[in-house]
Design a protein around this ligand. Structure first.
Ligand code: NAD
Length: 556
């Protein structure tokens, strides 16, 4: 198979094409028991496999049988990671065909647990580890990567993994998981994906005391030392993989906003925690408005949290309200933040820059419940990673003030969720329009079954990244996130809304991603930001570019 995923005509297999045991050990080419009789003959596989040739669907059935026998989700994660290392095509087949079952394992919430246990469950390295000791040689390190057509890098420095804090090099599970979703959810070819852990040390003392911790045993780099390493890294990515999309992931506040501002005009980059989250949350609100009937500009949003997710969502909501005709000032006054010190108000001193734009004139308010009572929001959006923050009193206050209160518990993993789906529905007497970051099962209440769906950025970033790749976008703009949010909301059907679902089912993710990619790419062409030439049918071109996890035929 060529590096871009196309299959060579079988009789043209290069002499360097691995054969025998080497072939079985190459996860990108391995088909295991599905190698055909002819392939076994020509590729020196006779005797290395049991004689019965299995179809891919029979292999999937076997994988599922073993997967479902595992005693817990961490074991299921380990099981899938091992399959990924053995037979990449089969791994993606399983994930693509069973997204409801597999995505919570390879991504949130289980990936959080896998990161916490990273050194203990480690089997084989995946992706690249670039450390503070690699200063001055990052270009040559990137050249060690076996694939040349890398189109997207997801990078973390591990400082704010989900809601779990500083996990240092153990944060590698996040770029790996995200890129698996790029492939499964949007068909970005696995060889185009590169997960990277930038190991700048960790301030997590317990982790550094763990003898099985795999990262640098030193405190985090800070200041100019940190910035210059990131600068060398970003520069190197463009030198080795020109035009590659760089997605910053799970960086802490104090770096995330700065790095986004520094690089967004220089390369094709975005921060998923800030911008991807924003688009998915806005899409959920737009879906909710199809039920409540109001306009976005009439809403008042109260955020529990004032970090990357909260201010990212608020900024995109402002952009969407401005597109509806509000002034930016009026739009901003419709978004309020609560942080650990209470309501973010103008009189507060030492507010971080990203919060000040939403620090409105108001007397101090100490807690979320008081803020709900005083501000009378139409929506509360939880993104502070404070589990249980939406108490019965908070949800009841929302339900007393709104016929259909919008209640989004977006924090991850599940333990950090502001309230469960059952709590939201019960405490609001079935009136809450609910979405969550981590999955919750359907809830039956008073003869109605509600099907809450995940307001998770996995609905947005795969399609957005695919759109950037297909159009070879030079930059990723706010307009692209806005169109991504609207496109996602349009994919929600009347039947979805009738059961309380504000997002499409995960089983539709590839179609959703194709629509988002086409819309994003179109904005790129419209705004003169795309290097690729524009096809006559953008959606068809996007679909044609999507990888399908079916086996190549090496020999006929
Ligand atoms: P962050 O560290 O940037 O922000 C957290 C914010 O919470 C900070 O502003 C902090 O001041 C505030 N906070 C802390 N304690 C608080 C308290 N007791 N009351 C009110 N506010 C408090 O983190 P982030 O990137 O914004 O992520 C926050 C959460 O959102 C995480 O759990 C993350 O997993 C989740 N998230 C979910 C999605 C999704 O797709 N559903 C996407 C991104 C982030």
């Amino acid at each position: 198979m060529a590096d871009d995923g196309t299959t060579a005509a079988p009789w043209l297999l290069p002499a360097s094409f691995p054969r025998g045991a080497m072939l079985l050990q190459d996860p990108t080419l391995n088909k295991g028991t599905a190698f055909t009789e002819a392939e076994r003959d020509v590729l020196d596989l006779r005797g290395l496999l049991p004689p019965h040739v299995l179809s891919q669907s029979a292999q999937v059935a076997r994988v599922l049988e073993n997967f479902r026998r595992k005693p817990n989700d961490l074991e299921r994660y380990i099981d899938l990671a091992a399959l990924h290392d053995r037979n990449e095509t089969l791994f993606f087949r399983v994930v693509v065909d069973h997204p409801d079952e597999m995505m919570p394992i390879i991504y949130t919430p289980t990936v959080g647990l896998a990161c916490q246990q990273f050194g203990h469950i480690f089997q084989r390295p995946r992706g690249m580890f670039i450390s503070a000791n690699d200063r001055g040689r990052i270009v040559s390190i990137l050249r060690n990567w076996p694939h040349r057509r890398v189109a997207i890098i997801v990078v973390t420095d591990g400082e704010r993994i989900l809601g779990l804090g500083d996990l240092g090099a153990s944060g590698m599970g996040i770029p790996v998981g995200k890129l698996s979703l790029y492939t499964a959810g949007a068909g970005v070819h696995p060889n185009q994906c590169l997960p990277i852990l930038l190991d700048v040390g960790t301030n997590n003392e317990a982790l550094r005391r763990d003898p099985l911790y795999l990262g640098l045993d030193q405190p985090r780099l800070t200041g100019a030392d940190y910035d210059s390493l990131v600068e060398e890294f970003v520069h190197a990515t463009q030198q080795v993989f020109p035009g590659v999309v760089v997605q910053f992931e799970d960086f802490a506040n104090h770096n995330a906003f700065r790095l986004l501002e520094r690089y967004r005009e220089r390369i094709c980059t975005f921060n998923d925690d800030i911008q991807g989250t924003a688009a998915v949350a806005l899409a959920g609100v737009l879906s909710a408005l199809r039920i409540t009937g109001g306009t976005l500009g009439e809403q008042r949003l109260l955020f529990q949290g004032a970090g990357e997710a909260a201010t990212g969502i608020a900024e995109l909501v402002v952009a969407a309200m401005v597109a509806e005709g509000l002034t930016a000032d009026d739009a901003r006054r419709r978004c309020w933040l609560v942080d650990s010190k209470g309501l973010v108000v103008a009189g507060r001193t030492e507010l971080a820059a990203h919060k000040t734009r939403f620090a409105h004139e108001h007397s101090p308010v100490a807690d979320l419940l008081s803020a709900v009572r005083q501000l009378k929001p139409t929506a509360i959006i939880g993104v502070a990673a404070v589990g249980g923050a939406f108490t019965r009193e908070v949800v009841q206050a929302m339900a007393a003030q709104n016929r259909r209160p919008i209640v989004f518990s977006l924090s991850n993993p599940t333990s950090k969720s502001e309230c469960t789906a059952a709590q939201a529905y019960e405490w609001s007497e079935g009136r809450a329009l609910f979405a969550s970051g981590s999955p919750f099962a359907p809830v039956s209440l008073g003869g109605t079954t509600f099907v809450p769906r995940q307001g998770n950025n996995s609905y947005i970033f795969p399609g957005l990244g695919l759109g950037a790749i297909v159009s070879r976008a030079r930059h990723i703009t706010d307009d692209m996130f806005l169109i991504a949010a609207r496109t996602l909301a349009q994919q929600v059907t009347a039947a979805d809304l009738a059961q309380g679902s504000l997002y499409p089912p995960l089983t539709a993710i590839r179609d959703v991603s194709a629509q988002i990619a086409a819309a994003v790419a179109e904005v790129g062409w419209r705004d003169g930001l795309a290097e690729a030439s524009m096809p006559s049918d953008i959606l068809a071109a996007v679909r044609a570019a999507m990888y399908e996890p079916t086996y190549a035929t090496y020999v006929v």
